[in-house]
Design a protein around this ligand. Structure first.
Ligand SMILES: Nc1nc2c(ncn2[C@@H]2O[C@H](COP(=O)(O)OP(=O)(O)OP(=O)(O)O)[C@@H](O)[C@H]2O)c(=O)[nH]1
Ligand SMILES: [Mg+2]
Length: 402
């Protein structure tokens, strides 16, 4: 063991042994300053591996409070009290950290374990600190009270665009309550502002619904799920596919049509569309599947608009995957907006880590939500959107934080 003025260095074969020496010499309140694995110097060369722990008596590093007179500068009694309060808090945090580390480090025998434990502790402290700083920054920029800032932060973390999240908080009736009171107020507000559409299985007149969106979002799969729900409700269903040039696309829908015994037509232009709808006139619900399009291709969208003439098509559902980011969402809503979107149909909720897009899209597209799909299984993974379910999703924690 080497001793300097206050800090002492202990070397031992294991951490437990080193800590025992620290405790017996400096007492149970000793402060552990560092611990590392070294090779003890030896006459024969590198020497054997051992642990080196630096420790100090409990008073080490404490501020010299007695001689410090803050009133000598500025602030008077108030700031002195504040400083005392701060000092107490810092001392308490340091004591908490020391205690928890002394106990948790006692059981660790190798420097790898020690390093891993310390890294974990540092990570958790720094993420807690980052969260506090983010809330403090939000409180400063918005001027909102603490409870509202906490809920605002949660809405933003769940993907609701920050300015939308702030509008939600400001639009709610608050009585400056705690976080749970604020959450309830936000939930009430969301329930009132989220608009959902009647599911197709409950339509009373013939309805022709087209499903549009980018490639691979789940249009065809969702159509099959909706068809099954309509058949279950006793509705006659028909399919129309406009995806005639892509290899396999027709077969995918045809396969569902055969399994469910649903009539299917394929069309390649406005004239054949009219004839197909006419041939399916016995069906209460006609579901049109379209090929995935890029919102940045205005020609493709115009072609689609020509095919989905409002003379025949009653509802256009924009199919969106729940994990979509805000800037992409804006592009998609803008691009497909030329078709005049009537409904927003959501897929891949099972893959999304946050659900704010559901709210952002409603604002951007000014259209109600129709369906929510959370899986690949046909027909099970489909539910009609309701304000209650969407509110619960919006107020749930971001999945990376669960
Ligand atoms: N995880 C998950 N996968 C889904 C969901 N809906 C559809 N899929 C899957 O997404 C993939 C694409 O689905 P499709 O229905 O072919 O998508 P599409 O929009 O018709 O694709 P294109 O016609 O090529 O534009 C398939 O593997 C589906 O099983 C969902 O809710 N969750
Ligand atoms: Mg498809």
């Amino acid at each position: 063991m080497n001793a300097t003025t206050t800090v002492k260095t202990y070397r031992a074969a294991s951490l437990a042994e080193a800590l025992a020496s620290v405790k017996s010499e400096l007492g149970p309140e000793a402060v552990i300053l560092s611990a590392r694995q070294i090779r003890a110097p030896s006459f024969w060369g590198k020497g054997r591996a051992c642990l080196e722990v630096e420790a100090a008596p409990p008073a080490y590093g404490k501020p010299v409070t007695e001689k410090f007179d803050p009133t000598a500068k500025a602030g008077g009694k108030g700031s002195m009290d504040e400083l005392d309060g701060l000092r107490e808090t810092v001392a308490k945090i340091r004591e908490d950290i020391r205690r928890s580390h002394f106990e948790s480090l006692r059981g660790l025998d190798t420097s790898e374990q020690l390093t891993a434990q310390l890294r974990e502790d540092v990570n958790s402290v720094s993420s807690a600190l980052r969260a506090v700083l983010a809330e403090a920054a939000l409180a400063k920029t918005t001027g909102l009270p603490e409870a509202q800032v906490a809920v605002l932060k949660q809405l933003s973390e769940n993907g609701i665009e920050p300015s939308n999240a702030e509008s939600i908080i400001r639009s709610c009736e608050h009585d400056n309550g705690d976080v749970s009171t604020t959450r309830r107020a936000v939930a009430r507000f969301l329930m009132e502002s989220i608009r959902t559409a009647l599911p197709l299985c409950s339509v009373t007149q013939q309805t022709v619904a087209a499903f549009v969106g980018t490639t691979g979002v789940g249009k065809t799969t969702t159509i099959a799920k909706i068809a099954a729900s309509c058949l279950n409700a006793g509705q006659q269903v028909g399919f129309i596919s406009t995806d005639t040039y892509r290899i396999g696309a027709l077969d995918q829908l045809r396969c569902y049509a055969q399994i469910m015994d649903v009539p299917m037509e394929s069309v390649d232009g406005p004239d054949t569309m009219r004839e197909a709808i006419h041939r399916l006139s016995g069906c209460k619900v006609i579901l049109i599947d379209t090929a995935g399009k890029s919102p940045r291709n205005p020609n493709a969208i115009s072609e689609l608009a020509g095919l989905l003439s409002r003379d025949w098509v009653c509802e256009i559902h924009l199919v969106l995957a729940a994990g979509i980011g805000f800037s992409e969402l804006r592009q998609v809503v803008e691009g497909f907006g030329k078709l005049r979107i009537d409904r927003l149909c959501w897929t891949k909720l099972d893959e999304a880590i946050s659900f704010g897009a559901l709210f952002n899209a409603q604002l951007l597209a000014q259209a109600p939500l129709s369906y929510l799909c959370a899986g690949q299984k046909v027909p099970e993974d489909l539910e009609a959107a309701t304000p209650e379910r969407i509110t619960r999703l919006l107020l749930s924690a971001n999945r990376t934080k669960r």
